[in-house]
Design a protein around this ligand. Sequence first.
Ligand code: PGA
Length: 250
Amino acid sequence: MYREPLVVANWKMNTNLADATVLAQAIKKDLENIHDVQIIICPPFVWLYPLFEIFQHKPNYFHLGAQDVYFEKNGAFTGAVSAEMLKDLVDYVIVGHSERHLYFSETEETANKKVKAVIEAGLKAILCVGEEKKINPGDDKVIISQLEKKLDGIPEKDLEHIVIAYEPVWAIGTGVAASGGYANAVAEDIRAFIAKKYSQAAGEQIRILYGGSVKSDNVLEFTGQPEIDGILAGGASLKAKEFIEICHRI
Ligand code: PGA
């Protein structure tokens, strides 16, 4: 079945205002005529508004995304940003990235609350899962257990607002990507889990991305796989030429 490909750029805690503007403008200019792929740029929170202005008259395959969110709507939560605040600026929010778990003590339970808050605000969640150490084929208990917790209490009707990003932690920022076959096997198991938990149709429809050291010269190894519908790029999304090349290759 056809699932529209997605490319997500996760800029993480990089760029200053000038860099962010130049990068966004380069991407917008070059990709203005690209087709059949959705592009989601996730800058740091502080650059969302300037980028919103740059992409204001954008073609509808360009989207802005946030890298995180807090699950409460508003109130005395110093430093936090809610989905309610984001909803006029972005279409997507990355939730449960492994760096949130590693450096900010986020748990699967908080990621679950964030997914619910994102959907309630009318946004889409890019829900990350991934193992810390390489696994043997078929032994993806860790990933399935993360999914169980992060999707807890989420009904099938909300799945259309969720994209799953499979990101093996050992491949993130290391320059050592998983092989296409390895990533595809995990994506297949994720699809089977969704089919079992919800329905066959849900398993077929959900979009699954691969992330972890994706570059222009290995992107086709992932997007050429039947179960993988796009990629999430970190480091490579900070270089205009490299990121544009990735989008063109898909
Ligand atoms: P990377 O990051 O492309 O730099 O490995 C991917 C991610 O963490 O989203």
